[in-house]
Design a protein around this ligand. Structure first.
Ligand SMILES: Nc1ncnc2c1ncn2[C@@H]1O[C@H](COP(=O)(O)OP(=O)(O)OP(=O)(O)O)[C@@H](O)[C@H]1O
Ligand SMILES: [Mg+2]
Length: 446
């Protein structure tokens, strides 16, 4: 610490002298210069062909152009499609299906395996692809908990892959300015994704069409393809935070119910092209929380089997309570000749979803089991239920997330040296997602 000499009457709790500030500044410059030099060196080393490559470009190159390399064997494909291997072979022979691709690295003729897009093509050919019932909306599922790090994004990514593997058409909606889920789908927040690509302009009703004619009156502008043929995404980036600031401002000037229902309206409109819409919510409380909660048909809240996480998750229930209270306290204007002549109670509430919790980061330890009992006691009521299946703490999920992949994207054998563990973890997730799928289908499509 340098010797700080403060003049008389200056409180050193709040001020430092100019000399010291100069000193700090020079140190910061040193760090910046050293840091930049190190980064530059690393870039040059990594890519001698193009020494001026920017780090953003390098990241985009590594993570921003994702391909799905997972291939399914003939047996797996047949099971997924719901026909026999014989039926597939025959269709490949008689031209209903394209000729199979073969491996280049084996002497005998071995099938390369099928991509999920090829499996879905087969489903279309054989008429076995699942679709939502005629006349029904896409089901809007929210994975919400204001507790940070409670596995929301991991759940959203894995659930979307699970549903895509089943053949459903899925729209993932990232509403977290951190953009973790967007990143998993190769849409790099703040590098490739900015304000105009997020839900923000639609929510804030940016009325003017863009110079290039883009309209923000529906969410169509925000939908992007992904490396999964049947998954699209509306990505997010830090600019999305503007929604919170501006919505709060608009709160008094706009009709609140319209504002709250804006997201649901937009999602159901674009939902004609999808079976499921899955929302990744932000770990924050905001005006926007109302839009998010009321946009959903069903909310699944992850509860990690740890006391601190449980404590924060309980506050999510309080948040829903407060949200309903806010809805109740809103009075709507009475119009006469287009002028407000008074206010009355709302005759209805904005949409409320059904609420479920599921236990995550679970293990076989006594502590985990004790936490499970508590969680089930606390969160089981007439309107909130706890799912039967737990999601276990999994090294495979951790390892695959290091590669910015879900466990469903890993090729067993090629990408992992722990095939058995990968298989059992996928089964564990399949069970949890199957339970969620059954619930939402029962509630909303029957
Ligand atoms: N079942 C699991 N077992 C082990 N690790 C997991 C599991 N699920 C998620 N993780 C890891 O936990 C970390 C936090 O997960 P995630 O980012 O999904 O949480 P989040 O709720 O979306 O966080 P935030 O509130 O910051 O958005 C990640 O590193 C993820 O890989
Ligand atoms: Mg997240």
């Amino acid at each position: 610490m340098t010797n700080i000499h403060m003049g008389d009457g200056i409180d050193s709790n709040f001020y430092v002298d100019l000399e010291y500030a100069d000193f700090v500044q020079t140190q910061m410059k040193t760090v910046t210069e050293r840091g930049r030099a190190a980064v530059k060196q690393a870039i040059e080393k990594a890519n001698r062909r193009d020494q001026l490559k920017l780090i953003d470009e390098m990241i985009v190159e590594e993570f921003g152009q994702k391909v799905l390399s997972r291939r399914y064997s003939m047996k797996e494909a047949a099971e997924m499609v719901g026909v026999s291997t014989e039926t597939i072979r025959n269709a490949e022979k008689d031209g209903r299906l394209p000729e199979p691709e073969y491996r280049a690295d084996t002497k005998s003729k071995q099938r390369l395996g099928y991509t999920i897009d090829q499996v879905n093509y087969m489903r279309d050919v054989f008429g076995t692809r699942p679709v939502k019932p005629e006349g029904m909306n896409a089901i809007v599922i929210g994975i919400l908990n204001q507790k940070g790090g409670s596995t929301k994004s991991t759940t959203v990514v894995h659930m979307s892959h699970y549903l895509a593997i089943k053949g459903y058409r899925v729209l993932v909606v990232d509403l977290d300015a951190q953009g973790t889920t967007s990143f998993s789908y190769g849409k790099l927040p703040n590098i490739q994704v900015e304000y105009w690509e997020t839900v923000a302009p639609y929510l804030l009703r940016e009325d003017d069409d863009d110079e290039d004619g883009t309209s923000y009156s529906t969410l169509d502008y925000a939908i992007q393809n992904t490396h999964w043929g049947n998954v699209d995404i509306i990505p997010c980036a830090k600019d999305y935070l503007e929604v919170d600031m501006n919505m709060a401002k608009n709160w008094s000037s706009e009709r609140p119910v319209d504002m709250i229902m804006q997201l649901r309206k937009g999602l159901l409109q674009v939902g004609v092209n999808y079976d499921f819409i899955i929302i990744d919510g932000a770990p924050s409380l905001s005006v926007n929380t109302m839009n998010t909660v009321s946009a959903c048909d069903t909310v699944f809240t992850p509860v990690p089997a740890q006391m601190f996480d449980l404590a924060s998750t309980v506050e999510f229930s309080d948040l829903i309570d407060k949200l309903i209270e806010t809805y109740k306290s809103h009075r709507i204007p009475v119009f006469e000749n287009q002028r407000i002549v008074g206010y009355k109670d709302m005759p209805f509430m904005p949409n409320l979803p059904s609420f479920y919790h599921f236990i995550t980061r679970y293990s076989k330890s006594d502590y985990s089991k004790a936490m499970e009992t508590r969680i089930r006691q606390i969160f089981t009521t007439e309107v909130t239920k706890v799912l039967k299946n737990e999601i276990y703490r999994s090294d495979e999920i951790g390892k695959s997330s290091n590669q910015v992949k879900s466990v469903y994207e890993i090729n067993p054998g090629a990408d992992t040296n722990n095939r058995g563990k990968l298989k059992s973890d996928i089964e564990m997730l399949d069970n949890a997602f199957e339970e969620m799928l059954d619930i939402v289908v029962d509630e909303h499509w029957k």
